[in-house]
Design a protein around this ligand. Structure first.
Ligand SMILES: Nc1ncnc2c1ncn2[C@@H]1O[C@H](COP(=O)(O)OP(=O)(O)O)[C@@H](O)[C@H]1O
Ligand SMILES: [Mg+2]
Length: 364
């Protein structure tokens, strides 16, 4: 199973450059997720790794080989698409074995690999059915099986779960994670869904407008976003981002409300600096209803407008100064619209971004 490396990879369509020189090293057996909004260049990047698009500049290596000029079938990688692309007139067994047959493997070897893939994916009872007789999730599993039988050096997935309903998506997500544990292999997985990225990835690559914004483990990207784009893209509900100014050791919001500058960031800002204060809803919680984890706190009394009960937690809509923010309340308690509550602000988990550059003021 190979490592994959991209060095200065550029993609141009005519005069339009859509991927602007990407550097990325993917380790052997690593599960890497490319995530970002629609149109940011995820599929293009994946298709360049697969060899389905040529690259305009830079180099891509799979294992020790530079593959820039190698056709897709010689790269020994398997790609699973969103629209399963199964052959409708063939049974599951025939679909699974077809690629191997084309590659002139012996019938015994085909049977062995097809049975192995069927076993891994639990397809045994479905082998004589055609795609029309399968559910969406089962078709997706067959598509993955077709990739497995080839014993590729890496799997590439392009939004493989986008066509499935929400419940099935969660189930297939677990299956893909299990599959990666069973069939130890390098995976590059593309999605626009940050929850999918968080739950599947060893490392997340956050992309925007043909650039990589940040590469890190899910927790690194969640806890230490390098800029306001990553901060707002990862996490749901999204991080509150409030314009503010540093004044006398305080973060002062429009409307005059202030909070102390978080101690760990005090030497990273200067008086008068325009900043964006970032606080996740989880870190703005009514007293006694937060996540118990200690650390630096400040208090604000805020009026709650709407609240949304989600079960064990409630989203609270409120305002700091003239800015709308969302907080969270853990545990059961009714909140009436218009009620004023004292909120804990988890300052040790708050972020400061320079307003001009959008970059975190934290040393990274
Ligand atoms: N064949 C093409 N010709 C011209 N532009 C393209 C082509 N394919 C993709 N693009 C453009 O490249 C950018 C990145 O597309 P894509 O990689 O498909 O984004 P994503 O998968 O992140 O949604 C988009 O602006 C898209 O319009
Ligand atoms: Mg895409």
């Amino acid at each position: 199973m190979a490592d994959i490396s991209l060095k200065g990879v550029v993609k141009r369509y005519g005069r339009t450059e859509v991927v602007h020189g990407i550097d990325l090293d993917i380790a052997h057996n690593e599960f890497v997720v490319l995530v970002g909004p629609s149109g940011c260049g995820k599929s293009t990047t994946l298709r360049m790794i697969a060899g389905l698009e040529d690259i305009s500049d830079g180099a891509i290596s799979i294992g020790p080989r530079v593959v820039n000029d190698l056709p897709p079938r010689k790269r020994n990688i398997s790609m699973v698409f969103q629209n399963y692309a199964l052959y409708p007139h063939m049974t599951v067994r025939e679909n699974l074995g077809f690629g191997l047959k084309i590659a002139k493997q012996s019938p015994a070897e085909i049977a062995r690999r097809v049975d192995e893939a069927a076993e891994i994916l639990g397809l045994g009872a479905l082998m004589e059915r055609t795609p029309a007789e399968l559910s969406g999730g089962q078709r997706q599993r067959v598509a993955m099986g077709r990739a497995i039988v080839r014993h590729p050096e890496a799997f590439l997935f392009d939004e493989p779960l986008s066509n499935l309903d929400a419940k099935l998506r969660v189930q297939m997500r677990t299956e893909i994670k299990k599959l990666h544990r069973t069939v130890k292999t390098t995976v590059v997985y593309v999605t626009h869904d940050q929850v999918e990225a968080m739950t599947l990835a060893d490392r997340i690559v956050v992309m925007k407008d043909g650039h990589i914004e940040q590469v890190g483990t899910p927790m690194e990207v969640f806890d230490h976003p390098v800029n306001t784009f990553v901060a707002s893209f990862i996490g749901s509900p999204p991080m509150n981002l409030l314009p503010a100014r540093i004044s006398d050791g305080q973060v002062v919001f429009a409307g005059g409300t202030g909070l102390p500058v978080p101690t760990r960031l005090a030497d990273r800002v200067r008086d008068g600096q325009e900043v964006t204060f970032g606080l996740r809803p989880d870190d703005l919680t009514p007293q006694g209803h937060g996540i118990a984890r200690g650390g630096e706190r400040a208090q604000l009394t805020l009026e709650v407008g709407l609240s949304e009960l989600l079960g064990t937690e409630t989203i609270l809509y409120t305002r700091i100064g003239d800015q709308e923010v969302q907080g969270k309340m853990f545990g059961p308690r009714d909140v009436a619209a218009g009620e004023r509550l004292t909120f804990d602000v988890a300052l040790d988990r708050a972020h400061l971004f320079d307003t001009v550059t959008g970059r975190s003021v934290r040393r990274l």
